[in-house]
Design a protein around this ligand. Sequence first.
Ligand code: GAR
Length: 348
Amino acid sequence: MPLPRITVLISGRGSNLAALLEAEKNGSLRGIVHTVISNRADAAGLAIALAHGARINVVDHRAHADRNGFDAALAEAVDAGRPDLVVLAGFMRILGPAFVARYADRMLNIHPSLLPAYPGLHTHRRALDDGVRIHGCTVHFVTADLDHGPIVGQAVVPVLPDDDETKLAARVLAAEHRLLPAAVRAFCDGRWPIRDAIRHVNQSVVRTASSGKFITLFYGEIDPGNARVRYINAGHNYPLLRRADGGVEELREGGTPLGIFEDADYDQGEISFRPGDGLMLYSDGISEAIDTMGTEFGEERLRSLWRQRGHRPPADVIALVLEDIASFRGDAAQSDDITLVVVGSRGG
Ligand code: GAR
């Protein structure tokens, strides 16, 4: 299962690297720290990497006459690990524009201040000198403009009256150790094909569910920027996509329910989801509701309600479906649990 591969660049102690490795070990990183590279052979973080089983490499900046030479050697070492993500975790060399461009949108840095405040060095001392009451750390994408790339996450810590540089640095560092793994995880989650994620979940359900039990699942990710939804339907009732013009389509791509076949594979579907479109997920308690004559409510009735009234806000649609079911059923007992999710999109 190809988890995103990560290369971490360090220059010294490596406590942020250790936090990443700990998160990898407990499964919360969703990525693999494959290679650790230091510009100093005596960086303590290298031993931490080795103990974890990561590959290590040293690219000593002093062995190169200028920054371009160092950057080229470093890029060669980084590329050897074929990383999906490069993380600067206490890497104390400035990188040139060509190096930064090579890893654009896939290189993160942790910086010990609440950027854009205090870029550069001695951040804790400068914060104390200014008498600020809050301080913290930032994870950001690396761009050619030092410590100014797009911010991925920040953690805030208070500055206390008896703080000195050491105390404040320790408080910020503890926050860094929470923030950096969370930011890396968010990046990895976005890169991990949902097909692999669902296969992974299926395998763990197969191993843990009692015999004869299975789970149906619909998993979708809405990308509002690109007006798209990518999804996998693992044996769930086909969710009903309603287009702004009232047309209804079923979301069928996926595979079997979870927990049946260990090697089950899943197809990923992708649809456009534009203003005015809506998505309805429903459980059997709706489609299989029975009236006093024993007739099923059925999917066609639900579809036509969705087609005709689906332009209303999601809360209204839910109320309408529940009313319809209740009046259809009359005095008949409810046959199954009713779960209904309606997702709307603004602008329609
Ligand atoms: C961390 O505080 C990190 O934010 C900082 O160096 C320290 C490395 O500690 N990075 C920078 O200042 C980058 N401009 P670590 O080696 O124990 O992770």
